[in-house]
Design a protein around this ligand. Sequence first.
Ligand code: UDP
Ligand code: MG
Length: 320
Amino acid sequence: MAGKLLSVIVPSFNEAENVKLFYEELAKELQYSPYDYEVIYVDDGSSDTTLLELKELADMHYNVQYVSFTRNFGKEAAILAGFQHAKGDCAVVIDADLQHPVALLHELLAGFEEGYDQVIARRNRKGESLPRKVLSTMYYKIINRFIDVRIQNGVGDFRLLSRRAIDALLILSEGNRFSKGLFSWIGFEQKTVYYDNVCRQNGESKWSFGKLINYGIDGVVSFNTKPLRVCLYAGFIVLFLSLAYILYTFVEVLVRGVITPGYFTLITAILFLGGVQLVSLGVIGEYIGRIYNETKRRPHYLVKDTNIEARKRYEKNMEA
Ligand code: UDP
Ligand code: MG
């Protein structure tokens, strides 16, 4: 009987030094595994020689597939492309930079065998810089207060999904994809396995500080409308305070006659209200922007080059 098929999805953006290395490590790890596996590299519009390396790799190994984007569409789009092309009974999303230990695949597969639909790899933050550690801890505290699905610190995209879970994920068609939230939203039986944080060997992290902040905002805004509610509350509070102040000034005028109100009060009121209004407008703008983007119904990515079609033809010919 043919073994079950595992699809390994590898988003790769400027990972020329890593793609072959990754395949070697993976092959070493899975050589005695009862699972067949296919590796789906998604070249996310790399500007280095990643695609070239992938083509060479695919020429050498039958189970290597690649999908190459026309430009950098982001890791979320790359993950989606991977799931869309995966044929496996289960699929694992894993980084190309070897920061996700391939040895953990056995544990993920064991969880799958036990019947879990999502097996999640959770890392500690060993070896990370202190500011990043503190910031991410704070981020998860805040975000979990804000959004309706649960997101854990140290849990990233490194995980295994069963065929059922993949199909569920593919039904969610939103353009602005926040995987961490989507994974949590689909539910299913979940198991968590733990591993030690590994520092990157080759190349640089693609996450600048600015990108991380944007990612953080996406996390909150993609999953609910609570920030709009916060604006509403802030509006109410300011309104209540100003009513109280108006009343106070009015009574003062009645009792003591008109006195010139202070410059300080005036300027604070203007600046404070202006600030509150701008923030609220910004929050509303975020949502409207999202509606605008969703209504355009653009594809999540465009493919420049892939060997998947060619492989399908080849397999058909073999069968015939
Ligand atoms: N990645 C991607 N598109 C991007 C940024 C990153 O496909 O726009 C890939 C990258 O090649 C790597 C994984 O996503 O395989 C994680 O990226 P990185 O190592 O830069 O993130 P970090 O490990 O620092 O969180
Ligand atoms: Mg990394």
